[in-house]
Design a protein around this ligand. Structure first.
Ligand SMILES: [Zn+2]
Length: 102
């Protein structure tokens, strides 16, 4: 397996919530919550296989979907002609997608 090839352009893989932790990223131990081993604590697994991704792949995919998410959020607010005070650093993130997965 070559890992450091020029073919860094990996496919975007659909992610699905982890079945073990139900997408929470943690599982309940006896006294406290522990990172879910089924998904590296990310809450996501490969939608195609249901298996956890390798760490590198996971980071890649999560980063990708996060960027996409933020991009879409930015587009939405731009289309709505909403607040342009994004760079003001007002410290309010209330409208951002927050994956509590309830
Ligand atoms: Zn999990």
């Amino acid at each position: 397996m070559k890992r450091h090839g020029p073919d860094f352009q990996k496919q975007t893989r659909p992610l699905a919530p982890c079945g073990r932790c139900r997408g929470q990223g943690v599982v309940k131990g006896l006294f406290y919550e522990m990172p879910c081993e089924g998904c590296h604590g990310s809450g996501f697994v490969d939608a195609a296989t249901g298996e956890r991704l390798e760490i590198e792949e996971l980071v890649l995919q999560l980063g990708r979907s996060l960027r996409l998410e933020r991009q879409q959020a930015a587009n939405r607010s731009a289309q709505a002609g909403a607040e342009r005070d994004y760079r003001g650093g007002s410290g309010r993130h209330g409208l951002r997608g927050h994956w509590t997965g309830d």
